[in-house]
Ligand binder design. Structure first.
Ligand SMILES: N[C@@H](CCC(=O)N[C@@H](CS)C(=O)NCC(=O)O)C(=O)O
Length: 200
């Protein structure tokens, strides 16, 4: 059975949310987010840079949440939540999945890291720079979602699951209530029962 190493509020939400959407069995292994635990040889043998999440499935052990999502889909999706492989829509789905983690979650994550590392001594210029990068992504999503329910016409896909977590993260530091299409999209995703179970 799939085992997902989980910390609330982290990218572990993505693979858990996908399992919930697919209705497949998985085991959620709650782990500590304490730096000491994440630096331990035990955890570094699972995630070599001490981040969360990680996953095992049989003799497979892996990290990187969006890759985990794709592997779960490939192994257990039975064609759900993705268009035909090789199609343009599949390409656009991947585009938004990568955008979610590499382009939106990166500066949002750096805001988190900066606060964690410097606390009251945070440098306003750094936070402002990162917030600006997040905002640029949110504007792009707002524009993309002006006339659609999900990121691709196919319907809910793993791109929405990957993006849903990134929007959840962004919303904590760079709220975007004024971007009505992006906000409505985020609210739609966050109200899904599978998402609610993943964050519970
Ligand atoms: N690209 C990685 C990012 C993993 C990541 O940054 N995880 C955060 C929690 S959501 C973390 O462990 N942060 C601790 C740190 O960077 O020290 C993924 O998608 O799994």
């Amino acid at each position: 059975m799939i085992k997902i190493y989980y910390v609330p509020g982290t990218r572990a939400i993505r693979p858990v949310w996908l399992c919930e959407e697919l209705g497949i069995p998985y085991h959620r292994e709650d782990v500590s987010f304490e730096p000491e635990f994440r630096a331990s040889p035990e955890w570094r043998s699972i995630n070599p840079v001490g981040k969360v999440p990680a996953m095992t499935d049989g003799d497979l052990t892996m990290f990187e949440s969006c890759a985990m999502v794709q592997v779960i889909l490939d192994r257990y999706g039975n064609g759900q939540l993705e268009p035909e492989k090789g199609s343009n829509e599949h390409a656009i789905m991947q585009q938004w999945s990568w955008f979610a983690e590499s382009t939106l979650a990166r500066p949002a994550g750096e805001i988190v890291n900066h606060h964690r590392a410097f606390g009251d001594n945070s440098i306003p210029e750094v936070l402002s720079e990162m917030s600006g990068r997040v905002r640029l992504c949110l504007l792009a999503i707002d524009k993309a979602m002006a006339d659609r329910e999900f990121l691709i016409d196919h319907g809910l896909s793993v791109a929405d699951i990957n993006m849903g977590y990134s929007l959840d993260l962004a919303n904590r530091y760079v709220p975007f209530d004024d971007l009505v299409h992006a906000k409505a999209y985020y609210d739609r995703l966050a109200s899904r029962p599978a998402f609610q179970r993943a964050v519970a």
